[in-house]
Ligand binder design. Structure first.
Ligand code: COA
Length: 216
Protein backbone atom coordinates (compact mmCIF):
# COMPACT_ATOMS: atom_id res chain seq x y z
CA UNK A 1 0.00 0.00 0.00
CA UNK A 2 1.21 3.50 -0.75
CA UNK A 3 1.00 6.34 1.84
CA UNK A 4 -2.37 7.45 0.43
CA UNK A 5 -3.88 4.01 0.98
CA UNK A 6 -4.03 3.30 -2.73
CA UNK A 7 -2.18 0.45 -4.41
CA UNK A 8 1.17 1.46 -5.75
CA UNK A 9 0.92 1.90 -9.49
CA UNK A 10 2.56 -0.80 -11.56
CA UNK A 11 5.66 0.64 -13.23
CA UNK A 12 5.05 1.56 -16.85
CA UNK A 13 6.50 -1.12 -19.11
CA UNK A 14 9.67 -0.12 -20.94
CA UNK A 15 8.84 0.87 -24.50
CA UNK A 16 9.92 -1.92 -26.81
CA UNK A 17 12.80 -1.24 -29.15
CA UNK A 18 11.63 -0.27 -32.62
CA UNK A 19 12.65 -3.64 -34.03
CA UNK A 20 10.81 -5.65 -31.37
CA UNK A 21 7.41 -4.12 -31.99
CA UNK A 22 5.03 -6.54 -33.62
CA UNK A 23 4.76 -4.95 -37.05
CA UNK A 24 2.65 -6.02 -40.00
CA UNK A 25 4.58 -7.09 -43.11
CA UNK A 26 3.65 -3.74 -44.73
CA UNK A 27 4.91 -1.72 -41.75
CA UNK A 28 8.08 -3.80 -41.71
CA UNK A 29 8.71 -3.15 -45.39
CA UNK A 30 8.18 0.59 -44.83
CA UNK A 31 10.46 0.56 -41.78
CA UNK A 32 13.25 -1.21 -43.65
CA UNK A 33 12.88 1.13 -46.63
CA UNK A 34 13.19 4.11 -44.27
CA UNK A 35 16.21 2.58 -42.53
CA UNK A 36 17.82 2.07 -45.94
CA UNK A 37 17.18 5.71 -46.85
CA UNK A 38 18.72 6.72 -43.50
CA UNK A 39 21.73 4.48 -44.16
CA UNK A 40 21.12 2.38 -41.01
CA UNK A 41 20.31 -0.72 -43.04
CA UNK A 42 22.55 -1.63 -45.97
CA UNK A 43 23.10 -4.65 -48.18
CA UNK A 44 26.64 -4.50 -49.57
CA UNK A 45 27.95 -7.27 -51.78
CA UNK A 46 31.25 -8.98 -51.08
CA UNK A 47 33.31 -11.67 -52.71
CA UNK A 48 36.82 -12.84 -52.04
CA UNK A 49 38.74 -10.21 -53.98
CA UNK A 50 41.76 -10.61 -51.71
CA UNK A 51 41.22 -7.36 -49.81
CA UNK A 52 41.30 -7.34 -46.02
CA UNK A 53 37.90 -5.62 -45.89
CA UNK A 54 36.13 -8.29 -47.96
CA UNK A 55 37.79 -11.08 -46.02
CA UNK A 56 36.78 -9.58 -42.68
CA UNK A 57 33.15 -9.22 -43.77
CA UNK A 58 33.01 -12.71 -45.30
CA UNK A 59 34.48 -14.27 -42.17
CA UNK A 60 31.84 -12.50 -40.03
CA UNK A 61 29.08 -13.76 -42.31
CA UNK A 62 30.58 -17.24 -42.24
CA UNK A 63 30.37 -17.20 -38.41
CA UNK A 64 26.60 -16.53 -38.65
CA UNK A 65 26.17 -19.38 -41.15
CA UNK A 66 28.15 -21.72 -38.86
CA UNK A 67 25.92 -20.83 -35.90
CA UNK A 68 22.66 -21.00 -37.79
CA UNK A 69 23.44 -24.06 -39.90
CA UNK A 70 25.02 -26.35 -37.27
CA UNK A 71 24.57 -29.48 -39.38
CA UNK A 72 26.78 -28.09 -42.15
CA UNK A 73 30.49 -28.78 -41.70
CA UNK A 74 32.27 -25.51 -40.84
CA UNK A 75 35.06 -26.19 -43.36
CA UNK A 76 32.49 -26.60 -46.11
CA UNK A 77 30.85 -23.28 -45.23
CA UNK A 78 34.25 -21.53 -45.13
CA UNK A 79 35.28 -23.01 -48.45
CA UNK A 80 32.20 -21.84 -50.31
CA UNK A 81 31.92 -18.40 -48.67
CA UNK A 82 35.56 -17.70 -49.50
CA UNK A 83 35.48 -19.33 -52.93
CA UNK A 84 36.02 -16.72 -55.63
CA UNK A 85 33.06 -17.84 -57.73
CA UNK A 86 30.68 -17.27 -54.84
CA UNK A 87 29.22 -13.91 -53.96
CA UNK A 88 27.66 -12.78 -50.66
CA UNK A 89 25.01 -10.15 -50.09
CA UNK A 90 25.40 -9.04 -46.51
CA UNK A 91 22.73 -7.44 -44.31
CA UNK A 92 24.27 -4.73 -42.12
CA UNK A 93 22.08 -3.16 -39.44
CA UNK A 94 23.49 -0.27 -37.45
CA UNK A 95 27.06 -1.20 -38.40
CA UNK A 96 26.67 -4.87 -37.45
CA UNK A 97 26.43 -7.80 -39.85
CA UNK A 98 23.16 -9.50 -38.94
CA UNK A 99 22.78 -11.91 -41.82
CA UNK A 100 23.26 -12.53 -45.46
CA UNK A 101 23.12 -14.85 -48.37
CA UNK A 102 25.85 -16.58 -50.32
CA UNK A 103 25.18 -17.53 -53.91
CA UNK A 104 26.96 -18.56 -57.07
CA UNK A 105 25.95 -16.69 -60.18
CA UNK A 106 26.14 -18.80 -63.35
CA UNK A 107 26.13 -15.90 -65.78
CA UNK A 108 26.16 -17.99 -68.99
CA UNK A 109 22.93 -19.68 -67.88
CA UNK A 110 21.45 -16.49 -66.36
CA UNK A 111 20.82 -18.25 -63.07
CA UNK A 112 22.10 -18.15 -59.52
CA UNK A 113 22.44 -20.95 -57.04
CA UNK A 114 21.59 -19.95 -53.48
CA UNK A 115 24.01 -21.77 -51.22
CA UNK A 116 23.53 -20.37 -47.68
CA UNK A 117 21.14 -17.88 -46.17
CA UNK A 118 20.87 -16.98 -42.49
CA UNK A 119 20.06 -14.25 -40.00
CA UNK A 120 21.69 -14.14 -36.56
CA UNK A 121 19.55 -15.43 -33.67
CA UNK A 122 19.04 -11.95 -32.14
CA UNK A 123 17.66 -10.53 -35.37
CA UNK A 124 15.42 -13.31 -36.62
CA UNK A 125 11.68 -12.90 -37.22
CA UNK A 126 12.08 -9.14 -37.80
CA UNK A 127 11.84 -9.34 -41.57
CA UNK A 128 15.56 -9.29 -42.36
CA UNK A 129 15.38 -12.72 -44.05
CA UNK A 130 12.66 -11.38 -46.32
CA UNK A 131 14.51 -8.15 -47.04
CA UNK A 132 17.70 -10.07 -47.88
CA UNK A 133 15.76 -12.19 -50.35
CA UNK A 134 14.10 -9.15 -51.91
CA UNK A 135 17.46 -7.41 -52.18
CA UNK A 136 18.94 -10.42 -53.94
CA UNK A 137 16.04 -10.44 -56.40
CA UNK A 138 16.83 -6.81 -57.21
CA UNK A 139 20.49 -7.73 -57.63
CA UNK A 140 19.43 -10.50 -60.04
CA UNK A 141 17.53 -7.91 -62.10
CA UNK A 142 20.59 -5.63 -62.22
CA UNK A 143 22.89 -8.43 -63.36
CA UNK A 144 20.61 -10.19 -65.87
CA UNK A 145 19.91 -13.26 -63.73
CA UNK A 146 16.50 -14.68 -64.61
CA UNK A 147 16.06 -17.23 -61.85
CA UNK A 148 17.43 -18.58 -58.60
CA UNK A 149 17.66 -22.23 -57.66
CA UNK A 150 18.42 -23.79 -54.33
CA UNK A 151 18.49 -27.18 -52.68
CA UNK A 152 16.45 -26.51 -49.54
CA UNK A 153 16.67 -28.64 -46.41
CA UNK A 154 13.32 -29.83 -45.07
CA UNK A 155 13.29 -27.19 -42.34
CA UNK A 156 14.04 -24.40 -44.84
CA UNK A 157 11.38 -25.30 -47.44
CA UNK A 158 8.74 -23.19 -45.63
CA UNK A 159 10.98 -20.13 -45.54
CA UNK A 160 11.87 -20.40 -49.23
CA UNK A 161 8.20 -20.93 -50.14
CA UNK A 162 7.32 -17.68 -48.35
CA UNK A 163 10.00 -15.95 -50.42
CA UNK A 164 8.40 -17.05 -53.69
CA UNK A 165 10.37 -20.26 -54.32
CA UNK A 166 8.46 -23.19 -55.82
CA UNK A 167 9.13 -26.91 -55.82
CA UNK A 168 7.81 -27.06 -59.35
CA UNK A 169 10.91 -26.07 -61.34
CA UNK A 170 9.96 -24.45 -64.64
CA UNK A 171 13.49 -23.77 -65.88
CA UNK A 172 14.52 -26.40 -68.44
CA UNK A 173 16.67 -29.10 -66.90
CA UNK A 174 19.50 -28.71 -69.45
CA UNK A 175 19.86 -25.13 -68.33
CA UNK A 176 20.77 -25.99 -64.72
CA UNK A 177 21.80 -29.65 -64.70
CA UNK A 178 25.53 -29.96 -64.19
CA UNK A 179 25.72 -26.38 -62.94
CA UNK A 180 24.29 -27.06 -59.48
CA UNK A 181 25.71 -29.24 -56.78
CA UNK A 182 23.37 -32.10 -55.91
CA UNK A 183 22.39 -32.38 -52.23
CA UNK A 184 20.96 -35.66 -51.06
CA UNK A 185 17.67 -35.38 -49.18
CA UNK A 186 17.18 -31.72 -50.11
CA UNK A 187 14.40 -30.27 -52.26
CA UNK A 188 15.24 -28.36 -55.41
CA UNK A 189 13.31 -25.07 -55.45
CA UNK A 190 13.17 -22.27 -57.97
CA UNK A 191 12.30 -18.60 -57.95
CA UNK A 192 12.01 -16.81 -61.27
CA UNK A 193 12.73 -13.09 -61.15
CA UNK A 194 10.32 -10.76 -62.92
CA UNK A 195 12.12 -7.58 -64.10
CA UNK A 196 8.85 -5.62 -64.01
CA UNK A 197 8.41 -6.10 -60.24
CA UNK A 198 9.98 -3.81 -57.66
CA UNK A 199 10.66 -6.41 -54.97
CA UNK A 200 11.46 -3.78 -52.36
CA UNK A 201 7.98 -2.26 -52.43
CA UNK A 202 5.68 -5.23 -53.10
CA UNK A 203 3.66 -4.75 -49.88
CA UNK A 204 3.32 -1.00 -50.45
CA UNK A 205 2.25 -1.54 -54.08
CA UNK A 206 -0.32 -4.16 -53.02
CA UNK A 207 -1.63 -1.79 -50.34
CA UNK A 208 -2.05 1.10 -52.83
CA UNK A 209 -3.87 -1.23 -55.23
CA UNK A 210 -6.11 -2.55 -52.45
CA UNK A 211 -7.06 0.98 -51.36
CA UNK A 212 -7.82 1.98 -54.97
CA UNK A 213 -10.09 -1.06 -55.31
CA UNK A 214 -11.86 -0.31 -52.02
CA UNK A 215 -12.46 3.32 -53.14
CA UNK A 216 -13.90 2.16 -56.44
N1 COA B 1 10.09 -22.33 -42.05
C1 COA B 1 8.93 -21.68 -42.33
N2 COA B 1 8.77 -20.35 -42.23
C2 COA B 1 9.83 -19.65 -41.78
C3 COA B 1 11.06 -20.23 -41.43
C4 COA B 1 11.16 -21.64 -41.59
N3 COA B 1 12.29 -22.29 -41.31
N4 COA B 1 11.90 -19.25 -41.01
C5 COA B 1 11.21 -18.10 -41.08
N5 COA B 1 9.98 -18.36 -41.54
C6 COA B 1 8.92 -17.41 -41.81
C7 COA B 1 8.69 -16.35 -40.77
O1 COA B 1 7.80 -16.77 -39.79
C8 COA B 1 8.11 -15.23 -41.63
O2 COA B 1 6.76 -15.48 -41.90
P1 COA B 1 5.69 -14.27 -42.03
O3 COA B 1 6.16 -13.43 -43.18
O4 COA B 1 4.39 -14.97 -42.32
O5 COA B 1 5.72 -13.55 -40.73
C9 COA B 1 8.88 -15.39 -42.94
O6 COA B 1 9.32 -16.74 -42.99
C10 COA B 1 10.09 -14.51 -43.05
O7 COA B 1 10.57 -14.15 -41.81
P2 COA B 1 11.78 -13.15 -41.67
O8 COA B 1 11.65 -12.45 -40.35
O9 COA B 1 11.88 -12.30 -42.87
O10 COA B 1 12.99 -14.16 -41.65
P3 COA B 1 14.22 -14.20 -40.64
O11 COA B 1 14.90 -12.89 -40.61
O12 COA B 1 13.79 -14.77 -39.34
O13 COA B 1 15.17 -15.22 -41.39
C11 COA B 1 15.88 -17.46 -41.82
C12 COA B 1 14.70 -16.48 -41.83
C13 COA B 1 15.40 -18.81 -42.36
C14 COA B 1 16.99 -16.93 -42.73
C15 COA B 1 16.37 -17.58 -40.36
O14 COA B 1 15.34 -18.14 -39.58
C16 COA B 1 17.61 -18.44 -40.19
O15 COA B 1 18.72 -17.93 -40.26
N6 COA B 1 17.43 -19.75 -39.98
C17 COA B 1 18.53 -20.67 -39.80
C18 COA B 1 19.29 -20.90 -41.09
C19 COA B 1 18.41 -21.47 -42.19
O16 COA B 1 17.60 -22.35 -41.97
N7 COA B 1 18.60 -20.91 -43.41
C20 COA B 1 17.81 -21.29 -44.58
C21 COA B 1 18.44 -22.33 -45.40
S1 COA B 1 20.07 -21.98 -45.98
Amino acid sequence: MSAGGKRAREPEPEPAAEEEVDLTPLQREELHAQQERDGILTFPIYYNDGTADSLTKLVQLKAIFCQQLPKMPKEYISRLVLDRRHVSLVCVYSGEIVGGITYRPVKEQQLSEIVFCAVSADHQVQGYGTRIMNQIKEECKRTGIEGMLTYADNHAVGYFRKQGFKKNVIMKRERWQGYLKDYEGATLMECLVDPSIDYLTTRQTADVQREALVKR
